[in-house]
Ligand binder design. Structure first.
Ligand code: PEP
Ligand code: MG
Length: 757
């Protein structure tokens, strides 16, 4: 943001921020003078964030150390991007729920203190790599909170700066970003080339298309009672949470856990006190309706991000607006309606929110060109993960290009040519064909079955989390689907999908697979995946509560409808199998099978339909031989199996390390499952994350697993690893890995195996 522009932008914003700060202070019972001071403080804070010399340090919150009984921790922040969205979200997680009031100061810049409960407040401290922060905590849980924060810092705030984390390792731009053009930029002429940041490779040719999202009008209706408006706000936030969990799950399935983590930050924003407190205050004190109150708080929150001097943090304004729009959609009755395109082409936008990117229709969007945004914006990360060619930061002139104008986008060079001539299009088409040829070669190798050097076949299949992903999975080399997570048909809706709808969706997947194996897992919800239409009382330990098959058997109508749909699809398509999740006891297998038999009888259909169970609970792994008598196959869900084996809740970053990688105790359970299955001629698959890790996959093959199922993009690498090993060697190394000290040691053994050492 150039300074002149920033000052123009600032002219009215402090009114909003001042009002928000004042409202928050007033709600806290401050005097009129204090309220006014707080409002002025908001302006000073923004001036300081913009780096103007005449601004005193911000007065964000009264320092708790003043009380003299606070514990203190000083840290130097080592991760490359500082406290950006995901580390800040982890920081909030470490600081909250421990019975302590925690505040943070950026000692390097003097900003703060701010509450560690607020993602927005933390992020606006502008903490970068090398900055020193001071964390102060007070209360019974002060020491625990500081210990958790210290551990997080020791873990580089959860960032993997070496690789993997797209946010942490943006590609170096091949061409400099276009200098920020004034908003009055003229429309580019035919043949003009706009330069931006290349964020996702590939060539796209097509007409300009725009997202058609119905603008959300904030209703001016007079509020009902403050209590009713607060209630509406809470219900809208709950609905937004459900949307976010869905989006998270969809992205986790399509692009992996790393990319999905942004939605964890969004979930925190829904509850962020920096948004919620002013919204609640506006309802209580200013007689605003819930939509007006929330909208104003979100705009002010986004503005606070935009006002920082850190480009990465400025990008986060899009996240605040995205979350704000989701909640507002539910407040205005527009719901989670998705923006879409009116035809195939290159999507042109000022910027894209992660939610918009996640919802893009891959068939329509050939490329993405944005006027703003950076290589580290989540839209950029997701477009990369989804394989859509993209260039961002092309400048506002891009937005002047009329709909339908042909564009030539080069995601490698970071350029967009407006209305390119025939020669340029022909040349780009040649290059695109060459790229496609190389990709096809790679895919061809991945399409061949995987066998070890000595010829042992291991089936490599895909995990799918949406019905439209099957074709892409086959293109990545999937020999079938080892896990179809059907909960995506159920999440985020007010009522259960009907039988016909389920038949249509499942048939779509089966048809795309053309007779390849398709393991349909029945509804696996509860714990981290609540369903709006199956209300459950809150549970103290949801992961040990009514989830998976336990919940499905408690609501038999839902399971029965799903089984009817599965049997009908199995009657029409080869290769269909059914699998029950979270089995812990034989009586659950018997109850589920009995219902399946009833359904077959009701329908008068008796198609071939193997019945398997997921091995996610150690009880089943230990007693696999007994379970094997009553099932046709096992698929080991190592995500849950590891969490229950080492008693480390999945998703809790403080204990995640215990369950990460090929944990020897988990490998021993895998060996037990294989042994139990063999005794009865059953086959064993693995569909947890471990299967998609090439080194762990080699160990699993060595343990005798027959099938590995994973996120489709992982398939080529896993096949490559399997082809390089000898099954006898793999068996020996896998046994040694079961005996290793820890997962790292097991992984080192696997690395030697795969490298042929
Ligand atoms: C697992 O637990 O490993 C698994 C594949 O199931 P989910 O991740 O859907 O719980
Ligand atoms: Mg599971």
């Amino acid at each position: 943001m150039g300074d002149p522009d920033a000052r123009v932008l600032l002219a009215d914003a402090p009114l909003v921020e001042g009002a928000v700060a004042a409202a928050a202070a007033a709600r806290g019972g401050a005097s009129l003078e204090e309220v006014a001071a707080e409002a002025r403080g908001a302006l000073r804070a923004k001036a300081a964030q913009l780096g103007t010399d005449d601004a005193p340090a911000p007065e964000a919150a009264p320092a708790i150390a003043d009380a003299g009984d606070a514990e203190e921790l000083r840290l130097r922040v080592g991760n490359r991007l500082g406290l950006h969205a995901r580390p800040a979200a982890r920081f909030v997680g470490a600081a909250t729920g421990r019975g302590a009031e925690v505040q943070v100061v950026n000692a390097t810049t003097g900003r703060g203190p701010v509450s560690a409960r607020s993602l927005t407040a933390l992020a606006t401290l502008g903490v970068r790599q090398g900055h020193e922060i001071v964390v102060r905590a007070r209360g019974a849980g002060a020491q625990a909170a500081l210990a958790a924060i210290q551990a997080l810092a020791d873990d580089n705030f959860g960032d993997d700066d070496g690789n993997g984390d797209g946010a942490a390792a943006p590609p170096a731009p091949a061409t400099p970003a276009a200098p920020a053009a004034p908003e009055t930029a003229a429309a580019p002429a035919p043949g003009d080339a706009l330069a931006g940041l290349p964020v996702s490779p590939g060539i796209a040719i097509g007409p300009v298309r725009r997202l058609l999202a119905a603008p959300l009008a904030v209703p001016e209706d007079p509020p009902e009672s403050p209590a009713a408006e607060q209630d509406r706000l809470d219900r809208a936030r709950e609905a937004a949470r459900a949307d976010l969990r869905d989006a998270r799950a969809a992205i986790a399935a399509r692009a992996g856990e790393g990319e999905a983590a942004i939605f964890d930050a969004h979930l925190l924003l829904v509850d962020d006190e920096a948004l919620l407190d002013p919204a609640r205050a506006a309802i209580d004190r200013d007689a605003r309706n819930a939509a007006q109150a929330w909208d104003a708080a979100v705009r002010a929150g986004a503005e606070a991000y935009r006002a920082t001097d850190d480009e990465y943090l400025r990008e986060r304004a899009a996240d605040v607006l995205d979350v704000g729009r989701r909640v507002l959609g539910h407040l205005t009755g527009a719901g989670a309606a998705r923006a879409t395109l009116d035809g195939p082409g290159v999507l042109v936008a000022a910027d894209l929110t992660p939610g918009e990117t996640a919802a893009l229709d891959r068939d329509l969007v050939h490329g993405i060109a944005t006027a703003h945004g950076s290589a580290t914006s989540h839209a950029a990360i997701l477009s990369r993960a989804l394989g859509i060619p993209a260039v961002v930061g092309l400048g506002p002139g891009l937005l002047k290009v009329p709909d339908g104008t042909p564009l030539l986008l080069d995601g490698e060079a970071g350029t967009v040519v407006v209305d390119p001539g025939e020669d340029a299009v022909a040349d780009a088409e040649r290059r695109r064909a060459e790229e496609a040829r190389i990709r096809a070669e790679r895919r061809e190798r991945a399409a061949a079955p995987a066998a070890t050097r000595d010829g042992r076949r291991i089936e490599v299949a895909a995990n799918l989390g949406a019905v439209d992903e099957a074709r892409a999975a086959v293109a990545h080399g999937a020999e079938g689907v080892g896990l179809l997570r059907t909960e995506f048909l159920f999440l985020g809706r007010a009522d259960a999908p009907g039988e016909e709808e389920q038949v249509a969706a499942l048939s779509g997947v089966a048809a795309a697979l053309g007779g390849r194996p398709l393991v349909i897992r029945t509804l696996d919800v509860g714990a981290d995946k609540p369903l709006a239409f199956l209300p459950q009382p809150p549970e103290e330990n949801p992961f040990l509560g009514r989830r998976g098959i336990r919940l499905a058997l408690a609501f038999p109508d839902v399971l029965r409808t799903q089984l009817r749909a599965i049997v009908r699809v199995a009657a029409e398509h080869d290769g269909v199998k059914v699998m029950f999740p979270m089995i812990a006891a034989l009586h659950e297998v018997h109850a589920a099978r009995a219902m399946l038999d009833e359904v077959r009888a009701e329908l008068g259909l008796d198609p071939p339909l193997e019945v398997g169970v997921m091995v996610e609970v150690p009880a089943v792994a230990v007693a696999a031989e007994r379970f094997a008598r009553d099932v046709d196959f096992f698929s080991i869900g190592t995500n849950d199996l590891a969490q229950y084996t080492v008693a480390a809740e999945r998703g809790n970053e403080h204990v995640a390390q215990l369950a990460a990688g090929p944990v020897p105790a988990v490998l021993r359970l895998v060996a037990s499952v294989v042994e139990g299955a063999r005794a009865h001629g059953r086959w064993v698959g693995v569909c947890g994350e471990l299967a998609g890790d090439p080194l762990a996959a080699a160990l699993l093959a060595g343990l005798g697993v027959d099938e590995l199922s994973m996120a489709p993009p992982r398939i080529p690498d896993v096949k490559e690893a399997l082809r390089g090993i000898d099954s006898g060697d793999a068996q020996r190394v896998a046994r040694a890995a079961c005996d290793a000290d820890d997962a790292d040691a097991a992984r080192r053994l696997a690395a030697d195996l795969v490298a042929g050492r």
